[in-house]
Design a protein around this ligand. Sequence first.
Ligand code: SAM
Length: 180
Amino acid sequence: MMSKVIVLRLGHRIKRDARITTHCGLVARAFGANEMVFSGEEDKGVIASLEKVAERWGGDFRVTYMHSWRKFIESFEGVKVHLTMYGLPVQRVIDEIRDLGRKKSILIVIGGEKVPGIIYKLVDYNVAITSQPHSEVAALAVFLHEYFRGKELELNFPGAKLKVVPQKCGKKVVKTEEVP
Ligand code: SAM
């Protein structure tokens, strides 16, 4: 049994990042994290759209805004991981982090446009998903996939109102009371 996984998304800007921060939350939820906290500009729209997804598709994923990311990281009791192209390759450190995650909560910090330099020192691990620049959404997805060893692909989301019935071709979505 793994402990809680919390994602901290830094530097949210309402005008430019609404979509990408929402995508961070969608990925966090779908790939097994318990919670996302975001800092930068407060944005009720991001919270509302992620809450709506959780209400329809189930689970108890939570999203909150936190003004002081620094206090949040410093007071976090658990293992702190920052995803950055400059860190150690994920394949080298993921077993160690997963072992720690059996007893301690994990905080995964992902950046936005610019990450304050102090972050690198506030965390226990700086982890790279390749040493190439890409995206916080992709980095988060791959990290969670490695962390949960693919088991997150089979996750069930209790209380879902809607469920997809996988199809070779086309879309089939049923209301949960219709699921046999
Ligand atoms: N040059 C920026 C920096 O690191 O300050 C890159 C910003 S990138 C658009 C936004 C975020 O995506 C980064 O803060 C990091 O969390 C994540 N990211 C991008 N490439 C990554 C990689 N190769 N490995 C891990 N995380 C990555």
